[in-house]
Design a protein around this ligand. Structure first.
Ligand SMILES: [Zn+2]
Length: 237
């Protein structure tokens, strides 16, 4: 298995809310995309881990993923320890992504920034020849951070206007989370209309930064190289 892009996230349905549109756009362009969820959301009020995983597989179809996996690590108490990093590093060696997308390194939920830290360290470990004797070393070339949860200035924004509805359909596959009221925890969870409005507002905000309808923001730690300054997109203000 060799992926072009692997998004690593703490919970099923995280990627659907952060960079799902970009993954769809890249799949449409012919790239092999994948998502590795670290937990199955076992601390969630609604639904069982098995339901969440089944829903995430339905969402994967909407997002045209080439691969999706779940490490079933403990939800809401994700720990960055050597066992977890090794598991993740071996998975990265198997999947050989050129690009890895991680959650942004700050956030309200500890699982999100911990997933970022674990993913970052695992990308390094995965490149070590002597990590284990069963898998080939592989270090992803590029690490991007997806920052939809936090109010940060992105390094760049991907136009996902054409992918927004498909991303929404993927998110709505999590019927245990966003299903009709009447279930356990109803009232605690926003309705589909409200979710759509909130995600559309966020995507509209980032889209506006590059002059399109809907966008998804990314952060990179390195400088960006531009070969042709005449062809640079996004009109200056
Ligand atoms: Zn999450």
């Amino acid at each position: 298995m060799s992926l072009d892009i692997l998004a690593i996230a703490a919970h099923p349905d995280d990627v659907e809310q952060t960079c799902g549109g970009t993954l769809i756009r890249m799949a449409e362009a012919g790239y092999r995309t994948g998502i590795l969820d670290l937990t199955a959301g076992d601390m969630g009020t609604r639904g069982t881990p098995d339901e969440r995983i089944a829903e995430s597989e339905a969402a994967a179809k909407h997002m045209m993923l080439g691969w999706r996996g779940n490490l079933r690590m403990p939800d809401a108490r994700l720990e960055n320890n050597i066992a977890a990093r090794m598991t993740l590093a071996v998975k990265i060696r198997e999947l050989k992504p050129r690009v890895v997308i991680l959650p942004y390194w700050e956030g309200r939920h500890p699982d999100h920034y911990r997933a970022c830290e674990m993913g970052y360290e695992a990308c390094f470990l995965a490149g070590l020849k002597k990590l284990d004797e069963y898998s080939e070393p592989h270090r992803p070339f590029k690490i991007l951070y997806s920052g939809l949860y936090t109010n940060i200035k992105p390094s760049f924004v991907v136009d996902v206007t054409a992918q927004f509805d498909r991303r929404m359909a993927a998110l709505m596959s999590y019927t245990s989370q966003y299903g009709a009221a009447g279930n356990e925890g109803a009232g605690l969870f926003p309705k589909e209309e409200e979710i759509r409005e909130r995600l559309a507002a966020i995507a509209r905000f980032y889209g506006n930064l590059i002059g399109v309808r809907y966008g998804e923001p990314f952060i990179v730690k390195e400088a960006m190289e531009i070969a042709d300054i005449v062809a640079m997109p996004v009109r200056s203000i």
